[in-house]
Design a protein around this ligand. Structure first.
Ligand code: PLP
Length: 445
């Protein structure tokens, strides 16, 4: 078992040889409970030993279908060969210098690549960090420095991370915020566009949000508006058409930096390299992370050169920020998205999920809405004959799917959304088998 090698050559099958969790996983979980802080919870209590393509293999020899990609991270697949090769080459040369002490080429190459790929023809600059939350924090630092203003507008259902500032920017209390305050000041929350629940057009929803911003914050106090182009943890909520362009137009008129948090939507996930491209918006700044480096920790802020260059030298950085190993992985990962045409693959995956649940919805009115784009799809479950969130059936589906060998994530402010984030390296057959397990769980609950 210790010799098992991950990557796409692993047998692409769902295979259960024990119940889930098996004895070895249970043994590890007992040690986990004794050694790891209880606040670090797990969705599925298995001990993973290898992963690749569309599967994860556990210590008991079970092969599970991966519909989560470690939360939208391994878009190119786990242990993707090009990523493994780039990482091995890099660690053999050097593992660390700290870019702000003695720089290296990989970091600059990632910045050049991001400046080329992030939406907009304007001149750009990038800065690299380790996590999504760290990228969001730095985007806010830079926007405040540039505008010489303090206020930050965030939205209902938003998720921006677990550090103090980003917890305050995140909407949902349990599990992210409860008891962890006080939170940073000058963060203002306004309504988002949630077509399934608010019934508003993009223009109408933008009017509600912008009126609230003008009345309760004032453009003169506002440094930035930050929004996920499709809200991730909040429930894969795609705003009505026109919502984001209206926010952007207002921000531009009022010297407010318009930031898109593409940490979850970025890098081919939505069927385009970035979700901004679907929405017809050109953000001033974009934060990226998750899908950027094939599983290595890396994040970035990319934005207009005048905004990004406004912070003084030495004002941005971090010991590990833009690690050479993560940069090598990112260059190989981005190359893989392009070479393997994974934006197209994301759209194919989305079409399969849409068709599958479209059929099921004909006979099951607990399926309230099927939404999202590309391989970032979700099903919102409601109580039959209403729009009341159905968290009970959602939890039951995820639990049963796990027991049947399918890694499935939930999300949503009301805990009633099942989200599909398969690696783009999954086969059609495995994806369909995973969806059928979910359908069977729905039927049984
Ligand atoms: C996951 C996520 C973050 C936080 O990223 P971490 O790497 O977990 O800090 C921020 N914004 C969005 C939209 C995310 O999905």
């Amino acid at each position: 078992m210790t010799e098992l090698v991950g990557g796409p050559s692993l047998p692409q099958e769902r295979k259960l040889v024990t119940s889930i969790p098996g004895p070895k996983s249970q043994e590890m979980m007992a040690r986990k409970n004794a050694a790891v802080a209880a606040g670090v919870g797990v969705a599925l209590p298995v001990s993973i030993v290898a992963a690749g393509g569309g599967v994860m293999v556990d210590a008991d020899g079970n092969s599970l279908i991966d519909l989560g990609s470690g939360i939208a991270v391994t878009g190119v697949g786990n242990s993707a060969p090009a990523v493994v090769e780039a990482v091995v080459n890099q660690v053999q040369q050097f593992t660390h210098t700290c870019f702000t002490v003695t720089p290296y080429d990989g970091y600059v190459k990632v910045a050049e690549k991001l400046n080329e790929l992030i939406p907009g023809d304007h001149e750009k600059r990038s800065a690299l960090f380790n996590s999504g939350a760290e990228a969001v924090e730095n985007a806010i630092k830079i926007a405040r420095h540039f505008t010489k203003k303090n206020g930050v507008v965030v939205f209902d259902h938003a998720y921006h991370g677990r550090t103090n500032l980003t917890m305050g920017m995140t909407a949902k209390n349990i599990p992210y915020k409860d008891g962890f305050g006080p939170f940073a000041p000058e963060v203002y929350r306004v309504p988002t566009s949630y077509p399934f629940r608010d019934g508003l057009s993009g223009a109408e929803a933008a009017k509600v949000a912008l009126t609230q911003i003008e009345k309760q914050v004032g453009a003169g106090n506002l440094a930035a508006i930050i929004i996920e182009p499709i809200q991730g943890e909040g429930g894969f909520i795609a705003p009505a058409e026109g919502f984001l362009p209206a926010l952007q137009a207002w921000a531009t008129e009022n010297n407010v930096v318009f930031i898109l948090d593409e940490v979850q939507t970025g890098f081919a996930r939505t069927g385009d390299l970035f979700a901004a491209n679907h929405e017809g918006v050109v953000p001033d700044m974009v934060t990226t992370a998750k899908g950027i480096a094939g599983g290595l920790p890396l994040s970035a802020v990319t934005g207009r050169a005048d905004i990004m260059d406004s912070a003084h030298a030495g004002g941005l950085g971090g010991t590990y920020a833009g690690s050479p190993i993560a940069c090598a992985a990112a260059l190989a990962t981005i190359d893989t998205y392009e070479k393997e045409n994974l934006t197209e693959r994301a759209r194919e995956i989305g079409a399969i999920i849409d068709e599958f649940f479209g059929e099921l919805a004909k006979n099951d009115d607990r399926i309230g809405e099927i939404r999202g784009r590309g391989a970032m799809k979700a099903v919102e479950f409601v109580v039959s004959g209403s729009k009341e969130p159905n968290a009970a059936v959602t939890g039951a589906i995820a639990k049963q799917a796990g027991e049947q060998g399918v890694i499935l994530l939930t999300c949503g402010t009301y805990g009633n959304v099942v989200r599909f984030l398969p690696p783009l390296s999954i086969s059609d057959e495995l994806l369909r088998e995973g969806l059928q397990v979910v359908a069977d769980a729905l039927a049984a609950n």
